[in-house]
Design a binder for this molecule. Sequence first.
Ligand code: AMP
Length: 132
Amino acid sequence: MATIFTQIINGKIPCYKIAENSTHIAFLDINPIAKGHTLVVPKKEIDYLFDLPEPLLSDTIIFAKKITEAIDRALHPIRTGVIVEGLEVPHAHIHLVPIYKESQNLALGNPIDVSEDEMTKIGKQIAAEVSL
Ligand code: AMP
């Protein structure tokens, strides 16, 4: 069965989309641990990030860099952190987590409250700053 991220890529499940090209998509994590917590996903369905063929892995990192630049311009965190876990969804992805204060809890699985309206607003703010 297609992963939940493939279903998002195929438009079967909605998402707060940030950007997409022919090989990658970025959208907001629905359980954000910070405002603007974004996932970068290669469209090719491979479970483990480090099983990606090297050219695709490079492209994934470069795509993540461009999305990070957009997050930083839109939301002005101290910086944006990177987490790779992959224990829940078996489809390679990179978490981009804006860090607003040094004491911020960066553990996945401790979502903060962000309303649907705010998710929509944040998604649009970041998307407006993306330059692929
Ligand atoms: P992990 O596989 O442990 O790196 O975590 C998977 C992440 O995907 C979690 O942070 C989830 O909140 C997130 N997630 C799961 N389903 C969706 C979805 N439909 N839209 C956006 N994010 C999702």
